[in-house]
Design a protein around this ligand. Sequence first.
Ligand code: ZN
Length: 179
Amino acid sequence: MIKFILAGVILITGSLFLIFSDHNSDKNIYNSDPRFFDSTKSQGKQMSDKIIKTDEEWKKELSPEAYKILREKGTERPFTGKYWDNFELGTYVCAACGTELFESNAKFESGCGWPSYFEPIDSSRIIYKADSSFGMVRTEVMCSKCGGHLGHVFDDGPPPTGKRYCINSGAMKLIKKGK
Ligand SMILES: [Zn+2]
């Protein structure tokens, strides 16, 4: 009888240990990426839809250029990206997670050297965040699904919105119409 009780105690302790160690490792994954933490503050309700990967995983999946922009908030040099002067019809999707972000019919020639749009397909697909880096006050835009950095939005765009979404070519892929 004592043997049975002992075995029971060992089983319970073992499973408790497993539960607690799982819980801790989850926590570590979230803590390892501060950008993930930022985005949950503004979009907490959509947390379950988010794509969460470690820096190492993103590094394996993305080109070095896309990684630098999307995960390290880099900016490609103006007039060098593949889409700034491309006006083919189609849909621009996030290069990291494929979320449809901008339609070609919202794209306009801004002269700034980066692809520019007056509106996103759906503003819920974008995270807006105040950015005061480089001594400027700007609004950063990120993909709401994967948290990837896309570019910035400014108030000097054309009608109907007056907005200029200034986006890095390297953060997107153009899915041409009819393909
Ligand atoms: Zn994305």
